[in-house]
Design a protein around this ligand. Structure first.
Ligand code: GLP
Length: 240
C-alpha cells in the first residue's frame, strides 16, 4: 500500500485527480469505480475542469458507483445517482448511458445485485476504484461485522453511519436504514484503488488501515491484501 500524506483537503483532491486523470489518459476507455460522500467532491471538480480544458475525456469511459440508498428513487435529491449527476456527470463528457449506480428501487434486489456484478465483469472489471472511508472504517456500505459479504448486496446501515450521514438530510429519521452496496470482493477486484480521507474524524479508521492487522471490524483493513492501493489523506486523518 502506498500512502500519500497531504497538507490539506485541496492537496488530497489534487493528488487524487492527478492519479485518476493519468488512468483515463493512458486508457481512454477505462472502467471507473466511483464513490459518493463529501470527500471525493474536490477531486471531481478538478477532473471536470481538466475535461473542460480538453486535457482528458471521459467519452469512452464506463462507470459503476459503489452504492445507493434503498429504497430511494434516482431522482430523489438525496440519492447517490442524483449526487453523481450534480457533482460529476453533468459537468463532463461521459455518456450517461454508460454510468451505472445500483438500483435503489429494485423489486428483486438479489437479482439486481447479481446483474450489477455481472455487468462489471462484462465491462472487463474496474480499472480504478475511488473510495472514501466511514468513521467506523466502512467502505462503500460494507459496515463492520463478523462476516463481510463478497458481492453486491442489500445491507442495513449502522447507527454510526446513519448519524454521520444525517447531515445531508433534513432530519435523522429521513436517512434510509438500508442500502445496496458493492461487496468487499467486488471492490478488491479493481485493478487500482485510491482511498481518500481527510479530517480528524477519520483518524481512527485510517490508523487501523495503516497498522499491521486485518479485521472485519474495520472493513477498510482488507485493502492491505490488495496489490495496488494508494491511500491519499491529509495530516489530520493521518496523525489525529
Ligand atoms: C458514505 C458512503 C461511503 C463514503 C462515506 C464517507 O457512507 N457510502 O462510500 O466513503 O459515506 O463519507 P464522507 O466522504 O462524506 O465522509
Amino acid at each position: 500500500m502506498r500512502v500519500i500524506v497531504c497538507d490539506n483537503y485541496e492537496q488530497v483532491s489534487a493528488e487524487a485527480a492527478r492519479i485518476f486523470a493519468a488512468q483515463v489518459y493512458l486508457k481512454p476507455d477505462s472502467v471507473l469505480g466511483l464513490a459518493t460522500g463529501s470527500t471525493p467532491v474536490g477531486m471531481y471538480r478538478i477532473l471536470a475542469d481538466m475535461n473542460k480544458r480538453g486535457e482528458i475525456s471521459f467519452k469512452d469511459c464506463k462507470s459503476f458507483n459503489l452504492d445507493e440508498y434503498y429504497p430511494l428513487a434516482p431522482d430523489n435529491d438525496q440519492s447517490y445517482r442524483y449526487f453523481m449527476n450534480v457533482n460529476f456527470f453533468d459537468h463532463i463528457d461521459i455518456d450517461k448511458a454508460n454510468t451505472r449506480v445500483p438500483d435503489g428501487l429494485a423489486q428483486d434486489p438479489e437479482a439486481a445485485c447479481k446483474a450489477y456484478d455481472e455487468a462489471i465483469d462484462a465491462a472487463g472489471g474496474i480499472d480504478i476504484q475511488v473510495l472514501g472511508i466511514g468513521q467506523n472504517g466502512h467502505i462503500a456500505f460494507n459496515e463492520p461485522d463478523e462476516k463481510l459479504i463478497c458481492g453486491t448486496h442489500l445491507t442495513s446501515l449502522t447507527e454510526s453511519t446513519i448519524n454521520a450521514n444525517a447531515r445531508f438530510f433534513e432530519k435523522k429519521e429521513d436517512v434510509p436504514t438500508r442500502a445496496v452496496t458493492m461487496g468487499m470482493a467486488s471492490i478488491l477486484k479493481a485493478k487500482t484503488i485510491i482511498l481518500l480521507a481527510n479530517g480528524k474524524a477519520k483518524h481512527r479508521a485510517i490508523a487501523e488501515l495503516l497498522d499491521d492487522t486485518i479485521t472485519t471490524s474495520n472493513p477498510s483493513t482488507l485493502l492491505k491484501v490488495h496489490p495496488n492501493t494508494i491511500i491519499i489523506c491529509d495530516r489530520e486523518a493521518y496523525e489525529g
